[in-house]
Design a protein around this ligand. Structure first.
Ligand code: J2J
Length: 539
């Protein structure tokens, strides 16, 4: 079996075990335990389905045999690109049961991203839904096979066309399922926000990830009578694990999957299923705050609204309780690990003005100035962290590892934060050049590279601009080559290259030249900062 690496130094691992964070649990055991304890409790609701814990486990087992009978082998990586449908959970638990390694992609990803994940993870399988929001993923699968021939198996949920459907997988009744994973094994690859260049893959182990969502479920006070609504795309780390669908299932709660985070889709589900907790990114929280006062749906079951992924401003945060009648919880997390929460019983001022404090007493947090020295409490600095669920390395990426981790294993988050009394963090901004567009992280560098491939683009610099709705939007400054192209044509060019829609620049500004200094060219970072500053001064 091809094993993936993620390891903590022996001393740290021993400490995390001794302190009860890593309890030797695996995803398969967690589901088995819940299925034994409450086989008939409804675990998953979505589409037309209502599956109990018992049914979820039985379906996952059947599918696990199906994947292996189909020819996938334990250790193989399988890209999972599914929207919020109940099959997401059966597929993922089936992959765990078969010792296959899911690689999570978002429904918004297109050929460029999927091919990159497939190559980097050396994936052999790809599981997609037939279509979602008008997009046909079978076409994408076809294109992927052209680019990455190592993908030997495509499985489609829904009408499979020329591919194999989930229901059409071989029954595999005579296939022996492998022994369960070791808890310290890598369970799956998660996708990084991609602050520089292409997204990196994040190997998470059973031990570390299960700790993060078990502790999150405790912080969020989930019980078997809680109902968690997954409104954001469930493959994202926030709705997956903070506490997300996994934390909810761990606690024996019910998971409800909304096909979209819009009030139109989510409000009726909240009413029908008596949802108690859900999570949103700030722009969606604003939309909900706008829609709630006039909705005909009863939202009174909602006890907690979590907001995270990007900064939620105090003015907006203050409105949550009066408008929605529930407790706000700010969540500042990252797929690499560290997650901070305001606690449900924190004073209102902490809840509205901070992004919370870490999950674990063993989350080590450093806040350093540019010279690497700790800053005093209340002053802004670079956030570095290590702990029982923060990775020590990306998958197969020595260059990124050398940049992102210190020699003693701290992860450089790229975020600039202040530490307040009690260890609460306030996010001030970030050091890197990515754009946080409504919680979707976009690397300026990656977009510039795509723009430069257009024959009419001489040079390009992509920056973030403040945006009332998105928080930040992307703006590409372009020096044309020859005849100036139309902005719409450039955007279409980006889409046709197979780039996720959210990465297509929101705004394009043509300029004649970039600034250089007397000494020569300025760095890309200074260039982007200068362009942003001058643009904002003019408007
Ligand atoms: C400001 N910036 C924030 C916040 C994340 C829970 C919640 C979110 C994520 C996530 C996650 C922020 N205020 N409240 O994985 O489990 C920015 C920071 C951070 C980056 C990570 C989770 N919450 N951010 O958003 O991997 O810049 O994870 O480093 O997508 O989002 O992005 P991502």
């Amino acid at each position: 079996m091809r094993k993936l690496e993620q390891s903590w130094p022996a001393e740290a691992a021993a400490r995390y075990r001794a302190r009860g964070y890593w309890r030797g649990e695996t995803f398969t055991r967690v589901l088995r335990d819940r299925a034994r304890e409450r086989p008939d409790h409804v675990a998953v609701v979505g589409g037309g389905a209502r599956w109990s814990f018992g049914e979820l486990e039985a379906r996952a087992e059947r599918l696990a045999r199906g994947f292996l009978a189909r020819g996938l082998e334990p250790g193989d990586r399988v890209i999972v690109q599914l929207p919020n449908i109940p099959e997401f959970l059966t597929v993922v638990f089936a992959l765990f049961r078969a010792r296959l390694i899911p690689v999570f992609a978002l429904p918004a990803h297109r050929l460029v991203e999927i091919a990159h994940f497939a190559r980097t993870a050396q994936a052999r399988g790809y599981v997609v839904a037939e279509r979602h929001e008008g997009f046909d993923y079978r076409t994408l699968a076809q294109e992927l096979l052209g680019e990455v021939p190592d993908i030997a198996h495509v499985v489609v949920v829904g009408d499979a066309g020329d591919f194999t459907g989930l229901e059409g997988l071989p029954q595999g009744g005579d296939i022996d399922l492998p022994e369960d994973a070791d808890p310290s094994d890598v369970a799956f690859l998660q996708i990084s926000g991609g602050s520089t260049g292409l997204s990196k893959l994040i190997p998470r182990t059973h031990d570390d990830y299960i700790y993060s969502f078990r502790a999150s479920a405790e912080i969020c006070k989930l019980t078997p009578s809680s109902v968690y609504l997954a409104a954001l795309p469930v493959a994202h780390n926030f709705p997956m694990s903070s506490p997300g669908v996994f934390g909810a299932l761990y606690a024996g709660s019910r998971v409800v999957l909304s096909p979209s985070p819009s009030p139109e889709a989510a409000f009726p589900l909240i009413e029908r299923e008596r949802v108690t907790i859900t999570g949103l990114v700030p722009p969606l929280a604003l939309l909900w705050l706008q829609a709630a006062p006039t909705t005909r749906h009863d939202l009174s079951s909602l006890e907690v609204l979590q907001v995270g992924g990007a900064k939620f401003l105090p003015e907006s945060a203050r409105r949550v309780k009066p408008v929605l009648g529930c407790t706000l919880q700010q969540v500042f997390g990252m797929a690499e690990g560290l997650v901070n929460y305001t606690r449900l019983d924190d004073p209102e001022e902490i809840i509205v003005s901070t992004q919370g404090r870490p999950i674990s007493g063993d989350d080590e947090v450093l806040i350093l100035d540019d010279a690497g020295q700790p800053v005093p409490e209340g002053e802004a600095g670079h956030l570095l962290t290590r702990g029982p669920y923060t990775i020590r390395a990306y998958h197969n990426n020595d260059g990124a590892n050398a940049r992102a981790f210190t020699p003693d294993g701290f992860y450089r988050t790229g975020d600039v934060v202040k530490r307040m009394p009690g260890g609460y963090l306030v996010v001030q901004g970030r050091a890197g050049d990515h754009i946080n567009r409504a919680g979707e992280k976009i690397s300026a560098e990656e977009i510039e590279d795509h723009l430069l491939a257009h024959p009419a683009v001489f040079d390009a610099a992509v920056v973030s601009l403040p945006d009332d709705y998105l928080g930040e939007r992307s703006c590409a400054f372009i020096i044309p080559q020859g005849e100036k192209p139309k902005a719409a044509a450039l955007k279409l060019f980006m889409r046709k290259r197979g780039l996720a829609d959210f990465k297509v620049p929101d705004q394009i500004v043509f300029i004649e030249a970039f600034e250089t200094t007397a000494v020569g060219k300025v760095s890309r970072k200074e260039l982007r900062a200068g362009l942003r500053r001058r643009f904002l001064e003019k408007t």
